[in-house]
Write a new protein. Structure first.
Length: 599
């Protein structure tokens, strides 16, 4: 429990900043948590429950001083997509399944934390997350059209939803649409014009965020004009206080049905939370423990499942607000949770007339920033495969569903990773006399290539899946050389090697030696060298192995001294010239012209 480390040493001077940040956080969290509960297909009260108990648990077990844990748009959408397939939203069965889902997510996250699996976040490419969040934002916005315009449309794929809206457009409830579109306009105007104000006014505006103003104004409008009687849907009764702790009803069939959604929420929620935690930690020069974050999120979700919540994670937007408001520790999160609990105990009757259209507008504006066209274009410009990963995740999420979008994006990125790892980079190199350096042919400078000699630069970890491809490329490059006598393999870029690769390299070395070709390994890293030594190469192939650089390998062959006039003695000394270059003095080899690096 990290709190046992910072709570006893808590400084009173931090209390004012923490309480102030917690107050602002609660003001933002109250309307947002109710809106995300509706997005998840749950009563608004579930959002308030999910913003209290999990936040309190995370405050004690989380390793980040600033992350706010609670309802989040993407996780709410994943909850809806996972549970709506099994029960009708808003029913008692649906609420019960949402609790089971929250418990499953918590158990999986806690289990991953106990086996120290925090490294799994590395397998989620940012390209996958970019495509998924952009598509999910569009899906979320489409799900809110019904509440925004007062329509009744059947849910489904985005295209289906759009077609249903087109068929029902003549049935718009104009009073609801006026409230919803008016709220949407005010939120957009607030987002556009407030940043242009002087800094002092921006700070004042931040203490009265637009969602809170709309919640108060919309509630008063509906109450004062009796718009609920005119057909405007409102939040209605919210039970006071926290519900009594209860164990979710566990059913084997339901658990199996919810497992795919639970896995998707587990990974997406964790990646989102750890990403924002690390972003703030870098700025504050703090340390964030990835495995401890899994513990904290798991315990937060498990605890929330006993208090009528739904899956939660760390929020990008609220964490940023918390940090910018000056929060020092998780006391700000505890303050926000305490204020929400106070709201549940005293102020819930005030939310009775809160229109759903206001919450729908809040959700749409909140997720609008998740659509990132610029980032997708950047990935296509830098590396087309990463751009295709973005596109594949985006299309599958829109066409099939959010859970399958996550799975498809992860599968596609892993396939790309595996394909890249089985395609080792090996390029022919030469000697740049001007820079006194060995570089790939086709780089900026012209290089010297030596007769009867092949130099290959290899940049890849070598293992069972790519070593045969590397051997094939070496043989193809060697076949292009007439009367080949020496092969120098630059291993500077080889960061790892397995036993299968070592055995195949030894077979290659022996076959070339039998054909009268000398093979030298240069620049072998310490870890890789240890593997070769354990395989017995120190006794069998020491002359081939111990060359710290390619230049020293060439020196040991006498090539630099013969063709450049400036060779130095290598690790084993220059070999006798009659053993290396029989036939007398050779002419200086031609300089190889630049050509594209196609391998």
């Amino acid at each position: 429990m990290p709190a046992l480390g910072w709570l006893p040493a808590y400084r009173r001077t931090d209390l004012g900043a923490d309480v102030s940040a917690g107050l602002l956080l609660a003001v933002l969290l109250i309307p947002q948590s109710m809106a995300f509960a509706l997005l998840a297909g749950l009563p608004a009260s579930s959002g308030l429950y999910a913003a209290t108990v999990p936040a309190i648990v995370y405050a004690f077990f989380g390793s980040s001083r600033h992350v706010n844990v609670g309802p989040a748009a993407i996780i709410s959408l994943l909850t809806f997509s996972g549970v709506a397939a099994l029960a009708d939203p808003g029913t008692s069965e649906y609420i019960g399944l949402a609790l089971v889902l929250m418990l499953l997510v918590g158990v999986i996250q806690l289990g991953l934390g106990l086996i120290r699996a925090g490294f799994i976040a590395r397998f989620f490419s940012q390209a996958v997350l970019s495509g998924f969040t952009s598509a999910a934002a569009i899906v979320i916005a489409l799900t809110q059209i019904e509440n925004l315009l007062g329509l009744e449309v059947e849910g489904g794929a985005p295209i289906t939803t759009l077609l249903a809206v087109g068929r029902e457009i003549q049935n718009i409830h104009w009073t609801t649409a006026a409230v919803g579109l008016g709220s949407l306009t005010l939120l957009i105007a607030y987002r556009v014009f407030v940043p242009r104000l002087p800094a002092r006014l921006i700070l004042s505006a931040a203490r009265f965020p637009a969602p809170l103003i709309l919640v108060i104004g919309g509630t008063l409008l509906v109450w004062g004009l009796g718009l609920d009687e005119a057909g405007v849907h409102v939040v209605g009764d919210i039970p006071r206080g926290l519900p009594e702790p209860s164990l979710p009803e566990l059913d084997r069939g339901a658990i199996l049905d919810l497992a795919p959604a639970a896995v998707a929420i587990t990974f997406i929620g964790y990646v989102q939370s750890i990403s924002v935690a690390r972003t703030i930690a870098v700025r504050e020069k703090d340390a964030v423990d990835a495995n401890q974050e899994l513990h904290a999120l798991g315990l937060a979700n498990i605890a929330g499942a006993f208090f009528s919540g739904f899956p939660v994670t760390g929020s990008f937007a609220r964490t940023a607000v918390n940090y910018q408001a000056g929060a020092r520790t998780q006391v700000s999160g505890l303050t926000a949770a305490g204020l929400i609990l106070l709201t549940l105990l005293v102020l819930t009757p005030l939310f009775y007339y809160l229109p759903n259209a206001v919450l729908a507008a809040t959700i749409i504006v909140a997720v609008s920033g998740l659509v990132n066209v610029r980032e997708a274009r950047h990935y296509f410009d830098v590396r087309r495969l990463d751009g295709l990963t973005v596109a594949a995740t985006f299309v599958v999420t829109l066409a099939i569903g959010v859970a399958w979008g996550v799975i498809a994006g992860l599968a596609f990125s892993l396939v790309v990773f595996i394909w890249r790892s089985t395609d080792p980079h090996a390029v022919e190199a030469g000697y740049d006399e001007l820079e006194d350096h060995v570089r790939a042919i086709g780089d900026e400078a012209d290089v010297i290539t030596f007769p009867n000699t092949l130099i290959l630069q290899i940049s890849a970890p070598l293992y069972f899946a790519n070593i045969e491809e590397l051997a094939r490329r070496i043989e193809l490059a060697a076949a292009e050389r007439e009367d080949l006598e020496w092969v120098v393999l630059d291993f500077t870029g080889v960061v790892d090697v397995d036993a299968v690769a070592v055995d195949l390299l030894e077979d290659l070395l022996r076959s070339y030696r039998a054909a009268g070709v000398t093979v030298l390994f240069a620049g072998v890293r310490g870890h890789v060298l240890d593997v070769f030594v354990r395989a017995g190469w120190r006794e069998r192939h020491s002359r081939a192995l111990y060359h710290p650089t390619v230049r020293m390998a060439l020196e040991s062959l006498g090539l630099l001294d013969r063709y450049t006039g400036g060779g130095r003695v290598g690790l084993f000394g220059a070999l006798p010239q009659e053993e290396i270059m029989p036939g007398g003095e050779a002419e200086r080899p031609p300089v190889r012209e630049r050509r594209p690096r196609d391998r």
